[in-house]
Design a protein. Sequence first.
Length: 278
Amino acid sequence: MKRTPSQPLVDVQVETRGGVSAEDTAYARDKVRAVLGQAPGPVLFARAKLTRFANPAMERPVVAQANLDVNGRPARAHVAGVSAREAADLLRDRLEATLARMAEHWEARRGRTHPPGAAHEWRHGDEPTHRPGYFPRPVGEREVVRHKAFALAFESPDEAADDLERLDYGFQLFTDAGSGEDSVLYRSAPEGYRLAQVNPRPDLIGPVAVPLTVSPAAAPRMTVAEAKERLDITGWPFVFFADADSGRGNVLYHRYDGHYGLITPIAPTAHEPSPTAT
């Protein structure tokens, strides 16, 4: 829905790193502010971040990110550009698309549920070409520089797809509400989503609205060191694996700077819903 005059626009906080000019900072603020009126509810908070990497080998050295609170629901966009202004322009376009999906995503799927793997008409759209890749840092220099540990959302594949699109992620790590299995959802070209689980239980996944296929392979059980080796050999954007000690689903992924990021779940266990899950 469109914002009414009784819903004033919030100020956009802008953080910068790596020598972004005041003019480019103001430009990015204006670009983000220009799309806030398209949010499907009052925007309670808005922040943008511009980061310029000093590495001359990077083709798109400026990363721009926006985070919004839309009436209690987070929305995010993440892009990379050759210059700060290009990144700000791409960020505006991506944020505009995110807000449009936020308003239409569930409405478009309402009442249209299918068994996993069934034919669908609904599409999430093409994988964004502006999404930041990662710098090919030499393997010997790569380290886990970010480790996030939290209770996974206890949700359905439809809800995981909504999170993935609304937050502009490359994957969504969650606990499947139907099977209780730690799972990862990601886009599967040319359309639809792919679901992988620590122990695949497609029989326990209820009807879904998104185009979904389920991997029949169990997540490999390995250490973080072994996951690093697999990630380096395959060149995949991430590796989903069952931790060798806990058995919980983990994701090791390539960061934009060429290092690794690691996501690990904490209690509750994979078969117990989080008391704070929404």
